[in-house]
Design a binder for this molecule. Structure first.
Ligand SMILES: Nc1ncnc2c1ncn2[C@@H]1O[C@H](COP(=O)(O)OP(=O)(O)O)[C@@H](O)[C@H]1O
Ligand SMILES: [Mg+2]
Length: 260
């Protein structure tokens, strides 16, 4: 059974079919890319998969301990608890909080504080605090953020903010991470560093990755399988080589030279 199974998933906004009858699956440990022109429905699909938006019809199923669990009708925090994390196309960090605080804020759903224990400062509180602190330090180190840990997120360069956002998603200890255009607005050095970082999400953190990205060199380098979306529909899927040779994709997307 795949880790994630999407069946006949659709989302209408008024008269617009933003996502239409999408079938898709993601196996454990895979890196799957989702590409397509602006407005194709990529972000909407991520929103449907992470509980941000409710679909018009269709199903989304996650395999948990060998059993299918529906992700529909669950709030984002419930989806997060089941092991899904994401970053946003427009960076969403707490601008005035430090890098460390941004990462810790993401862990609250994993380490629910018992209110009384917190107030009374019982041993359980200290244990959790030590856990959160230790895991935060490990993440800061892993994402090369230790030197900026105590700086406000808003004051960091763009590429670093992206790294903080990914670290924050990883902080929730997900199985599956969704990255929405992580290389957008990055310079070539930042993109190269990001490519290495995404590889490490798999090798070191053992995450399954679904990536929306317009940077074709990054997609072709990283993805094992690619789904191509146009006007809400999957018009092609396959290996990077298959996609690069697919006439419908070349016509709709790659050939235009807009983003490739
Ligand atoms: N909340 C919304 N209400 C109405 N239309 C929306 C909403 N979100 C997205 N859309 C529309 O759905 C289509 C797909 O958008 P989106 O998923 O953001 O595309 P992509 O991420 O591929 O660029 C676009 O035409 C967009 O304008
Ligand atoms: Mg988008």
């Amino acid at each position: 059974m795949p880790l994630l199974t999407v069946t006949a998933l659709s989302k209408r906004f008024g008269g617009l079919n933003a996502v239409e009858a999408v079938d898709m699956h993601v196996d454990e440990g895979e890196l799957v890319a989702l590409i397509g022109p602006n407005g194709a429905g990529k972000t909407t699909l991520f929103n449907l998969l992470t509980g941000v938006t409710a679909p018009t019809s269709g199903s989304v199923t996650l395999t948990v301990d060998g059993k299918p669990v529906s992700l529909l009708n669950r709030a984002p925090y419930q989806v997060a608890k089941l092991g899904l994390a994401r970053t946003f196309q427009n960076i969403r960090l707490f601008a005035r909080l430090t890098v460390r605080e941004n990462i810790q804020a993401a862990m609250t759903h994993r380490y629910h504080e018992n209110f009384l224990a917190t107030v009374l400062r019982l041993p359980a509180y200290y244990k959790k605090e030590a856990l959160v602190g230790g895991w935060t330090d490990a993440l800061l180190e892993a994402f090369d953020l230790t030197a900026v840990a105590d700086l406000a997120a808003a004051n960091l360069p763009y590429g670093t903010q992206r790294r903080v956002e990914i670290a924050r998603a990883v902080a929730t200890q997900p199985k599956l991470i969704f990255l929405d255009e992580p290389a957008a607005g990055m310079n070539p050095e930042e993109t190269a560093a990001l490519t290495a970082l995404i590889q490490r999400l798999r090798s070191e953190f053992h995450l399954t990755v679904v990536l929306i990205e317009h940077d074709m060199s990054l997609v072709m380098k990283l993805a094992e399988r690619i789904y191509v979306l146009e006007h809400g529909k999957v018009i092609a899927h396959g290996t990077p080589t298959e996609i690069q040779q697919n006439q419908a994709v070349i016509t709709a997307y790659l050939g235009g030279g807009v983003h490739a």
